[in-house]
Design a protein around this ligand. Structure first.
Ligand SMILES: [Mg+2]
Length: 380
């Protein structure tokens, strides 16, 4: 595309391509949801978290959806909120609990993709590009994630799935609470068209005012403007918005924006302070370690190829032996078989000489939705 009287192409090759699937997760009215979980009698009531319940001083930190119906929102003085809704319940915040719940949820999310960008206590981005092959798989994964979060913490979240971070964040907000909204690359223009221009992160009250003055209320209004007018009026930032509402990829997802939370191995060890006399007893403890590791990997949806046996002798000499199998697995039998095979090499050792035994699985990968569906199908 060529800007009038300007020979420089304004849409780059990169902006025409979307090669990421981004999941944005936002916990619904997070602090309020945690308080309602702790005190179920608050369910269905307009409640405010923050400030002092007695003096009614301070500002609203979070409020329930019932309170939002009265026009109450975060950052509002509590005195004003009480005027809008005199029966609103003010609940003192318990921050230690929120951060505990948040940490636990982020840990669960980390199991889904190694590329994670936590952007607040209640929100995070995941790059699913290496995990799923299309939006159908991404949708299945998003539902699994919602179920996992609810099963663990009994609170709901809203998820947006889109080709970039801005769109995923906008999508997560349109179907709240407990929502899931997918915006595929070819749907961007129609998805954004009816939405207010202020829905775009970075468009504050001031910019909205200037856009409104030019007749731009929705993203669709912005789209129908000529490019030369947009650039003339609002320069670079206007051009960026225009590209966004026209369905171009205005941001690049690079790896460095995501921290990698790789789970490289899972291991378990047992130390015998009192010497064991029989191999049968050694095997008993090894078997216990195997069970622990396998169930941990299954919970994290991990598969592995390498199984390692570690033995430390009373002399403190430590030996490790590994076995890599041709296919990824996540069942107890494969680990058990590999460990037995490795253990045979020590058949001449006296069990009483063993001080510690350990099992480790490595060469790990996350199971994709497709693999999970296949496994569920064949295990029926
Ligand atoms: Mg939230």
């Amino acid at each position: 595309m060529i800007l009038e009287n300007n020979p420089i192409p304004i849409v780059t090759e990169k902006e025409l391509n979307f090669n990421s699937i981004i999941l944005y997760m936002d916990l619904d009215a997070f602090f309020a949801s945690v308080e309602i979980r702790e005190q179920p009698k608050l369910k269905g009531l307009p409640i405010i978290i923050g400030g002092d319940p007695i003096t009614k001083r301070g500002v609203v930190s979070t409020c329930s959806y019932e309170a939002r119906k009265f026009g109450i929102h975060s950052g509002m003085p509590i005195s004003q909120a009480v005027k809008l809704c005199p029966e609103v319940r003010i609940v003192k915040s318990t921050h230690g609990l929120y951060s505990k719940v948040s940490k636990n949820i982020m840990k669960i999310i980390g199991y889904y993709s190694p590329k994670i960008k936590v952007s607040g206590v209640d929100e995070t981005y995941l790059d699913l590009f290496d995990i799923v092959s299309d939006y159908e798989e991404a949708e299945k994964l998003a539902y699994e994630l919602k179920d996992d979060i609810y099963a663990s913490e009994k609170i709901t979240c809203s998820i947006g799935l889109a080709p970039n971070k801005i769109l995923a964040k906008i999508a997560s907000g349109v179907d709240k609470p407990d929502g899931l909204k997918i915006v595929k690359p070819f749907e961007i223009v129609d998805f954004l068209a009816p939405l207010k221009i202020s829905i775009i992160p970075g468009v504050g009250k001031k910019s909205e005012f200037f856009f409104n003055k030019e007749g731009v209320y929705t993203c669709g209004d912005m789209r129908s403007l000529s490019l030369s007018k947009v650039v003339h009026n609002w320069g670079k930032s206007g051009l960026r918005l225009w590209k966004l509402v026209n369905g171009y990829n205005t941001e690049e997802m690079s790896d460095d924006k995501f921290s990698r939370r790789d789970c490289k191995s899972i291991s378990d060890e047992r130390t015998f302070f009192n010497p064991l006399t029989k191999w049968k007893d050694v095997w008993y403890y090894l078997n216990d370690s195997i069970k622990t590791i396998v169930s941990s990997a299954q919970k994290k949806n991990m598969q592995y190829r390498t199984i390692t046996l570690k033995i430390r002798f009373r002399s403190f000499k430590t030996d490790t032996r590994s076995h890599t199998i041709p296919c990824y697995c996540n069942d107890e039998r494969s680990v058990s078989y590999a460990i037995k095979k490795l253990l045979l090499e020590y058949k001449d050792v006296k069990p009483s000489d063993i001080r510690l035994i350990g099992v480790k699985i490595s060469n790990i990968r996350k199971i994709t939705c497709e693999q999970r569906t296949l496994e569920k199908f064949f295990n029926k």
